[in-house]
Ligand binder design. Structure first.
Ligand SMILES: C[S@@+](CC[C@H](N)C(=O)[O-])C[C@H]1O[C@@H](n2cnc3c(N)ncnc32)[C@H](O)[C@@H]1O
Length: 304
């Protein structure tokens, strides 16, 4: 697997902040862990997290209810604000402005957009007017990444682009649909499929895909075996020359913060682990690009 880092200026890139924030975050996580040994679901995880910050509480409540779409949206669009008071603003910013995983999540959004647009541009190049680029997006969340990518390069007006959006939560698809409806005169075609990705197979669709994007979903597959099964199924759904774009967050000490303080369990996988998983699939070519915090790589996996 080829591994590189995108070091361009557009990202949140200060890696030293981590060494200042992690001792405090880790201590809070240890405290919450102890508290949860007595009461697994406390009303407040920590006074210094959901006790003092309304936004931290909202994010915690969203992930606890498995509504990662709302939680991700709040983290993605975080800016320092004192709308709920100065203390609330500072606490919220300490967690979601400075935490490496939160910054990496925002970087991932930018990097994902870049990689998606690059692949779509490549596919559209040399395409006749009658041919189409068929795209499957698994787990679009709010669809913000997709819509921004399409908008920026005027892909929204390209009638050769067909997109199927698949999510197991209807609430996510409803939100994407609402955001798409804010744009007039779209020529891209959209289809929505409310389904669990584990249930799809080649018979689910009328055609194969040039690009399949599934970003921020493998983190919810606890077993590597499930990732292998999914990669095998998606390989069958790709056209020859097609590209599968995916991610998996890598591990650092913040994993305890995510788990205990935010109630956000994730399955972390290193690039080595992903390379081992890929060896059990028919995919032969994979390139991983890290954002500058080196926390979340985006994998471009090609079916040759
Ligand atoms: C963390 S969000 C990622 C959103 C978006 N891809 C992004 O990069 O911002 C995970 C998305 O995957 C969806 N999802 C999780 N498990 C799924 C499954 N088994 N089948 C289909 N969708 C799933 C969730 O509903 C959510 O929309």
């Amino acid at each position: 697997m080829k591994i590189k880092t995108d070091k361009s200026k557009e990202y949140e890139s200060n890696r030293f902040i981590y060494y200042f924030t992690i001792p405090v975050m880790f201590l809070v996580a240890k405290w919450v862990k102890r508290k949860k040994e007595k009461n697994p679901q406390p009303e407040t995880n920590s006074f210094f997290f959901d006790g003092l910050s309304k936004k931290c509480r909202k994010i915690k409540e969203a992930v606890t209810a498995r509504d990662t779409v709302t939680a991700m949206d709040l983290v993605d669009n975080h800016h320092f604000s004192t709308e709920n008071g100065v203390i609330d603003g500072i606490i919220t910013h300490f967690w979601f402005g400075l935490m490496k995983n939160a910054r990496a999540l925002r970087n991932r959004k930018k990097l994902n957009k870049k990689i998606f647009k690059k692949n779509l541009t490549e596919k559209l190049k040399n395409l006749s007017k009658e041919e189409t680029v068929d795209i499957l997006i698994v787990g679009p969340g709010t669809g913000q990444v997709l819509i921004d990518s399409l908008k920026e390069d005027d892909f929204l007006n390209d009638e050769r682009v067909n997109i199927v959006l698949l999510d197991k939560y209807k609430i996510a698809l409803d939100e994407v649909q609402r955001r798409i409806s804010e744009h007039d005169n779209l020529r891209v075609s959209f289809e929505f499929l409310n389904e669990d990705v584990f249930n799809i197979n080649p018979q689910t669709f009328s055609n194969k895909f040039d690009i399949i994007e599934m970003v921020g979903v493998f983190e919810y597959f606890p077993e590597n075996r499930q990732v292998v099964e999914q990669l095998n199924a998606l390989h069958e759904l790709l056209k020859d020359g097609g590209c599968f774009i995916t991610t998996n967050v890598t591990k650092d000490l913040e994993k305890y913060v995510l788990y205990y303080v935010i109630n956000w369990p994730s399955k972390f996988r290193s690039t080595d682990e992903m390379a081992e998983i890929l060896q059990e699939t028919p995919f032969e070519h994979c390139e991983a690009t890290f954002e500058p915090l080196k926390t979340i790589p985006i994998y471009e996996i090609k079916k040759l």
